[in-house]
Write a protein that binds this ligand. Structure first.
Ligand code: ADP
Length: 161
């Protein structure tokens, strides 16, 4: 049984993330999308909200599950009996940080491999940050996120009276 962990903030999940999940699901027997707490990043959605959005979006994929984690990623990978970490690479701008992270994780546990997946080209410009910015300004994000995420964004960003 080959298991991969796809960790991230997923604040919120975008179609670019989903593209990576679908590609990983073809390569591994089991893929766990692991929603990090990431309080430091001051997320728009709570970890529990982000988990529900991921769960709903991957429900149709039989070998994909969603979970939360907090703490050291390599420890979580071992706990889940996984062999690999999946990360997405959009452009050169992602490379330096992802390269550092992968090598650091290898230093912490050399038995765990990091695999990079490139999304479909139309998603290479897509990020959670940009989606939040467009949604905040009242723009249409329907081609970037699932209908569920769109609804959640609308609710979250509704002006308070
Ligand atoms: P993190 O805070 O861990 O970077 P993100 O949710 O921003 O969490 O991203 C998780 C992973 O998904 C990262 O490896 C990131 O590069 C990748 N990713 C984000 N957006 C996309 C996209 N549009 N296409 C492919 N990979 C992406």
């Amino acid at each position: 049984m080959r298991t991969a962990i796809y960790p991230g903030s997923f604040d919120p999940l975008t179609n670019g993330h989903l593209d990576v999940v679908q590609r990983a699901a073809k390569l591994f027997d089991r893929v766990v999308v692991a929603v990090a707490k990431n309080e430091g990043k001051n997320p728009l959605f709570t970890q529990a909200e982000r988990l529900v959005l991921v769960k709903t979006a991957v429900a149709h994929l039989p070998n994909v599950e969603a979970d939360t984690f907090d703490g050291l990623l390599v420890e979580y990978v071992v706990e889940k009996k996984a062999q690999a970490i999946v990360r997405g690479l959009r452009a050169v701008s992602d490379f330096e940080f992802e390269f550092q992270l992968a090598l650091m994780n290898r230093k912490l546990n050399e038995n765990i491999e990091t695999i990079f997946m490139m999304p479909k080209d139309t998603y290479t410009f897509l990020s959670s940050r940009i989606v939040k910015e467009i949604a905040r300004l009242g723009g249409d994000v329907s081609s970037f996120v699932t209908p569920n995420v769109q609804l959640a964004l609308r609710k979250k960003l509704k002006p308070k009276k």
